[in-house]
Design a protein around this ligand. Structure first.
Ligand code: HEM
Length: 505
């Protein structure tokens, strides 16, 4: 009884001390910016967070617009303090100037660790930099020209175009989910580049491989962990292996088993010589460097994760935006027709600057990675004066930045590819793309961890957009504005249902 009473008293004292500490901390935070979400002692902003949990993008964007420094700060119960910024100077500080102080950090790597292990996407320090160095060979101009371009050509000409042709030739035009087709296309490409393995997802007569579905489930559930108001909830579900965490464990089991099987097959083929093209994929490079099987598995899973849904999301939104902006579509067609008299080659694609501007403009409004977080290694001060404490979660927010009047001007809401070109042009010369700071447009991140697949992504997207538009009209069956869903990578809710029509020349 005495022990129980002593525990009760101790518990009450601890409760009062933490209420006092939290309330002084939140009062201090409130004075930093009046646009921070409403905060209460002990529980912080959990009530506002929970109320807006299903519209976090809009909520954060609204708060950031009101904030004089385009930065907000809040606490959540038992979670690290969160700082969200849409201020380009802060973004430069986090991603470049003081890069070493803003690693992904353990709280981030915990969220994705079950799926991604120590892969490049989910690691810091030496573990990250050694993978980055090794992978960089895969993304040189030479490798893009000699290896990736050939994969793209095959996948576009022999798979995507025939699938669209058959949809167009179907009586009255069959309705297809264009987002789904682009996802399958991108999955094939990234698997061929990363693993040297062809899942052939655009063969619609066959069910998609188990690996594809398992990837979808695992990525979605891992992303939802981050939107739980209290992290202890998913951690407890994982401990007891129930609900979504049970599904996640099963999906990860399938991903790991499938990738391990591909690795073993690759090892065998390398031992018996294989053909030369076998050795250009990322998996062969990692194996040749002597990494153990688990490290190699984690590495390639990260690459598949990073490259699979990003390009398909960007292209899906662009095709929808083009269906609402016929004048822009016409200009892309002019560019493609000028560039491709002899078919779209590697150099033609590099020259397609209007199509590139359209892709950037689509990603400004609908970025494939809507937000991205780091965790402060030490106390710091951001350029706008926001105090950062060791352990704080610091998020830069491309979705909000693309919608900020202070960053893009009054017409931020309009889809205007011309904003990506220099205004001054000499008569008769080709318009020149403007240099836009990657800290104002951090859709591919920026600084030392800038997306390693950026050039490959543009090559792929220009090829698809040019090849598809020059042959077909993509007509959405419904004209309502689709909803943008930000999971690990964003997608269009319900897909993009379209009719495919052959273009008349
Ligand atoms: C439109 C297409 C793409 C967009 C918008 C995009 C965006 C991004 C962003 C925002 C990051 C930083 C994520 C983070 O650190 O948390 C990133 C990293 C990365 N991306 Fe991309 N990406 C795209 C396409 C690709 C492609 C096609 C690949 C190639 C397979 C790729 C490979 C990677 C890798 C490996 C990283 C990790 C880099 C590192 O941490 O050093 N990405 N990407």
């Amino acid at each position: 009884m005495v022990i129980l009473t002593a525990f009760l008293i101790l518990f009450l004292i601890l409760g009062f001390v933490s209420i006092f500490l939290f309330s002084t901390k939140t009062l201090k935070l409130k004075t930093e910016s009046s646009t921070n979400p409403t905060s209460y002692p002990l529980i912080g902003s959990i009530l506002s967070f929970n109320k807006n949990r299903h519209r976090l993008l809009q909520w954060y964007t609204d708060l950031l617009r009101l904030s004089p420094s385009q930065t907000i700060t809040f606490d959540l119960f038992l979670r690290r303090r969160t700082i969200i910024t849409a201020n380009p100077e802060n973004v430069e500080h986090i991603l470049k100037t003081n890069f070493c102080n803003f690693p992904k950090g353990k709280p981030f790597t915990d969220l994705l660790g079950d799926l991604l292990g120590g892969g490049i996407f989910n690691s810091d320090g030496e573990l990250w930099s050694s993978q980055r160095k090794l992978a960089s060979h895969e993304f040189t101009m030479r490798s893009l020209r000699e290896f990736t371009f050939e994969i793209l050509r095959e996948e576009v000409e022999n798979r995507l175009i025939p699938v669209l042709s058959s949809a167009a030739d179907y009586d009255g035009g069959r309705t297809v989910d264009f987002q789904e087709l682009l996802k399958r296309f991108a999955f094939d490409v990234v698997c061929k580049v990363s693993l040297g393995w062809d899942p052939d997802c655009l063969d619609l007569t066959r069910p998609v491989p188990d690996l594809v579905e398992a990837f979808d489930v695992a990525a979605a559930i891992s992303a939802r962990r981050a939107t739980e108001p209290v992290y202890a909830v998913w951690k407890l579900k994982r401990l007891f292996n129930v609900g979504s965490e049970r599904k996640l464990r099963e999906a990860i089991g399938t991903v790991h088993a499938s990738v391990s099987e591909i690795i073993r097959a690759k090892k065998k083929s390398l031992k018996i010589g294989g053909d030369v093209s076998d050795k250009q994929d990322l998996l062969s490079r990692f194996l040749a460097a002597g990494h153990d099987e688990e490290a190699v598995r984690d590495s390639v899973i990260s690459f598949i994760m990073a490259g699979r849904d990003t390009t398909s999301a960007a292209m899906t939104w662009l095709f929808w935006l083009l269906s609402q902006n016929n004048d822009v579509e016409k200009k892309i067609l002019e560019e493609v027709n000028n560039e491709s008299a002899l078919g779209l080659g590697f150099e033609h694609l590099r020259g397609m600057s209007y199509t590139k501007a359209c892709l950037c403009e689509a990603m400004r409004l609908y970025p494939p990675v809507a937000w991205d977080s780091k965790h402060a290694a030490n106390d710091d001060v951001l350029p706008d004066g926001t105090l950062v404490r060791k352990g704080d979660k610091v998020t830069y927010f491309p979705y909000g930045m693309g919608r900020m009047e202070k960053v893009w001007g009054e017409d931020w809401e309009e889809f205007k590819p011309n904003r990506w070109f220099e205004e001054e042009q000499n008569y008769g010369t080709k318009p020149v793309l403007r240099t836009v700071s990657s800290f104002k447009f951090p859709v591919f991140q920026a600084g030392p961890r800038v997306c390693i697949g950026k050039e490959m992504a543009f090559l792929q997207m220009k090829y698809v957009v040019g090849s598809v538009l020059s042959r077909f009209e993509i007509v959405p069956v419904c004209n309502n504005r689709p909803a943008f869903i930000p999971l690990l990578t964003a997608h269009m809710a319900g897909g993009l249902k379209v009719k495919i029509k052959r273009r008349e020349h």
